[in-house]
Write a protein that binds this ligand. Structure first.
Ligand code: SF4
Length: 180
């Protein structure tokens, strides 16, 4: 089997991290509310919830991957104690990001480059799919057209959603906001 080069490995790193979190995140069964302070929530109540969130993360098998993704995503602010991710508060994440700034700058540059390639591929796939007849044989050969059209529409919706997710993330990171 051909071995992956170190450059290829770096370019697939983010996807590997995300897959690890998707596969075994403890918070998937707990729900996101535990991890975020509500508007106006008294500090004493948030403190108790925050400790509980940290306890969940400490036992999470995806914690290492989650930490790396949180750092690459730029989560956490030094002046806002309102969240927990990977067992760290916002200020703790911000401090860790500062300490690893050089390494993270290189890692996120590679992430974005990889993301751009993925975006190009998805857009090309969407265009190709959009001009393909549902009767092309790709969606089976049943006589009734409706199921084939429904299957193709589902594929188109999935592709469009993935494109939208990537574009929204890139715009947010660039400071353009959702509407840009
Ligand atoms: S470390 Fe915490 S926030 Fe991260 S995936 Fe696990 S439970 Fe969720």
């Amino acid at each position: 089997m051909p071995r992956m080069t170190s450059t290829q490995a770096r370019h697939t790193r983010r996807a590997v991290l995300q897959a690890a979190v998707d596969a075994s995140a403890e918070c998937a069964s707990v729900g996101p509310d535990l991890f975020f302070r509500e508007d106006g929530e008294p500090y004493i109540e948030w403190q108790a919830r925050r400790a509980e969130a940290v306890r969940v993360c400490v036992g999470c098998p995806a914690r290492a991957a989650c930490t790396e993704l949180a750092l690459r995503d730029g989560d956490g602010r030094p002046d806002r104690d309102d969240m927990v991710r990977a067992g760290l508060t916002g200020p703790e994440l911000a401090a860790l990001r500062d300490r690893q700034a050089v390494r993270l700058a290189a890692a996120t540059a590679v992430d974005r480059d990889t993301e751009g390639q993925e975006l190009d591929r998805l857009v090309a796939e969407l265009r190709s799919e959009a001009i393909t007849s549902p009767d092309s044989g790709r969606y089976g050969k049943v006589r009734n057209t409706a199921p084939r059209t429904a299957a193709q529409n589902a594929v188109l919706r999935t592709l469009a959603a993935r494109i939208s997710t990537i574009r929204t993330g890139r715009r947010a990171r660039a400071g353009w906001g959702v509407a840009a």
